[in-house]
Design a protein around this ligand. Sequence first.
Ligand code: ZN
Ligand code: ZN
Length: 331
Amino acid sequence: MSKEWHPDKHKGDKAAEDKFKEINESYETLNDPKKKQMFDQFGSTEGYNGAQGFPGFDASSFSSSGLGDFADLFENFFGGGGGRGRPADESGADQQVEITVDLQDVLNGADKILPLRGFQKCETCGGEGTAKGATLARCDECGGTGQVTRTTQSFFGSMQQRTVCRNCGGSGKVPTEKCKTCAGEGRTSGRRDVTIRVPAGIEDGQSLRLRGEGEAGRRGGAAGDLFVRIRVTPDPRFVREGADIRSAITIPVTDAILGSEQSVETVQGPVTMKITEGTQPGDTLRIKGKGLPVLGTGRHGDHYVQVTIEIPKKLSRAERQWVEEWKNIAS
Ligand SMILES: [Zn+2]
Ligand SMILES: [Zn+2]
């Protein structure tokens, strides 16, 4: 059911999205309360700190449905979304965006401004939908109870269902005069900028959840969450393995024999590396602490350099003479 109602298959369809959330909420509660608690904890870190309170967080380890990391993260995140204290249909929708960062952003962390479209809190009335000076009166639709009874046809026959009153949003009260800017909705549609902090050490494909940074709720209802999927642009000079970095250098055979110093590019800038006497082809040398940060910690990974040794294809007469002499000595 989760696959069938996945947001990817129903882009922009609010009903499908709600259905998807509902399915996943049930799934979560039934299945793994511990996992739910974990994601609740992760998600509840306010705004900026998104992933920082969760060292070693790895989306791929939760893969189970075959939908890929992103989908799995969503399933789990949606499971933890309950208990906002307002009827669900008054809450703002969750939003999803994807941003691309480079290795320098991963190294230092970065603030990114995301331009988003959608509902935002009405600035005139502060989200309550009430005109200035207006008061709240009893809702006629539900008689102030905040709930209405609906009859629905289902597979099991006719059913009486009590649902939240749309007119008052469950509060049982409506403003005597509605805010003109938002027509009493408490939110307006438009563009807004959200600044997010990309934590140092983030991996390609991981998502951040920013609670309350999604679309504004109706008439003061809770805002949705914002999910930011991070893509990390690879750097052709480096191979990333978590917090560790790998690269390769080629050195002259004489440097390998005699030892030398080489300048090596790392994500943290150029570093002088000692090539020890007798370095062998394929040797991997470690430059400690010159990798990327480990997410949520102050530690850094290492930089590994694999050495290729260049053997000259042509020798000058003098060089040839030296090598022949060396051969005589060695044998
Ligand atoms: Zn307003
Ligand atoms: Zn009502």
